[in-house]
Design a protein around this ligand. Structure first.
Ligand code: DGY
Length: 323
């Protein structure tokens, strides 16, 4: 029976991805592992696959598509970001690429705002201090941060997550600036209470800068040494996008030289590696890529990734296609 079903490779055991749901319509030959598969192992698993359900840790490039063969119809990513997939190559081969937007917007915006607060008020450094046993009583000079309420927030990438962060900023009385490739329509700007700025102006004017852009050729390395130098020495940089948007070396230097006040990072240039100077920087709050990590969100991502994949295999329009 399963011989007549399309083969699907699931690269990792994932919340919300039900194997029994998949197996009612597809053949899933190997149980998904609890760890990312090395590229070589992926290459061994995909020949003959009609669908691949993968994560952002899987590099879905031309070699993988070639190894899968001409029957590959869909790559369903368990993420909103699709920078791990060679989109141009997929489109050239007629392979549908799908992702999981919307379901993770609020969880990721919560995390971004939490990082902003944590970096502004030195949460990580203060907690390390307490856990080390060094807390001997209230200190008028201890862990002085920068104010969030009433400050200016610059959102780089005013998409859905950026918009959800702007909504949170309203509760903190913040003035919101944003930068996109193009300004939004005025009606959308007035809903978000946000004003457009060129990137350099936004960096110079903002007390907090939060990065919410997809990783593309244009955004890779966007926040480099020069751009960091445009920021205020009291400013905080938060990155919930992709690590490669920021030059980590330059950021570590800016933190150690007092070029900016603090940084809150959820993503890294060479994940899972983190630049040693960032690990050593007391003013950096560092999280292990957990933007979408609530049980509800991850389960919704899994259900959406499954429905995307099954829809394409059934010849229907998937709920969220990228190409
Ligand atoms: C994404 O979806 O792109 C996040 O980085 C992980 O949820």
């Amino acid at each position: 029976m399963s011989g007549s079903l399309p083969k699907v490779v699931v690269t990792r055991r994932l919340p919300g991805v039900s194997l029994s749901r998949l197996e009612s319509l597809a053949a899933v030959p190997a149980p998904p592992p609890d760890h990312p598969l090395p590229h070589e192992e992926l290459l061994r698993r995909v020949p003959g696959a009609a669908g691949i359900l993968c994560t952002l840790a899987d590099r879905i490039d031309a070699s993988l598509m070639e190894a899968a063969g001409p029957g590959l119809r869909v790559v369903s990513n368990y993420a909103v970001g699709v920078n791990n997939i060679d989109l141009a190559e997929a489109s050239r081969r007629g392979i549908r690429v799908c992702n999981t937007p919307d379901v993770l917007t609020q969880a990721t915006a919560d995390l971004g705002f939490a990082l902003l607060l944590a970096a502004a008020r030195k949460f990580s450094d203060a907690e390390r201090f307490l856990r080390s046993g060094a807390f001997t009583g209230w200190d008028p000079w201890g862990f002085l941060g920068v104010p969030v309420y009433g400050a200016t927030l610059g959102i780089v990438g005013m998409g859905k997550i950026g918009g959800a962060i702007a909504a949170r900023a309203a509760g903190f009385g913040m003035r919101v600036l944003y930068h996109n490739r193009r300004p939004l329509p005025p009606e959308r700007e007035s809903v978000l209470c946000a004003s457009y700025r060129g990137l350099d102006e936004l960096l110079a004017e903002s007390d907090f800068v939060i990065l919410c852009v997809p990783l593309t050729r244009e955004t890779r390395g966007m926040i480099d040494r020069e751009r960091l130098q445009r920021m205020k020495p009291t400013a905080v940089l938060v990155n919930i996008a992709r690590g490669e948007v920021v030059d980590e070396e330059a950021l570590a230097r800016a933190l150690s030289e007092g070029g900016i006040f603090a940084a809150g990072l959820d993503v890294y240039e060479r994940e899972p590696a983190v630049h040693p100077d960032l690990l050593a920087a007391p003013s950096a709050v560092l999280l292990p890529h957990v933007g979408s990590a609530t049980t509800e969100t991850r389960e919704r991502m899994g259900r959406l990734a499954t429905e995307n994949l099954l829809a394409v295999l059934a010849g229907a329009a998937p709920p969220c296609a990228v190409n």
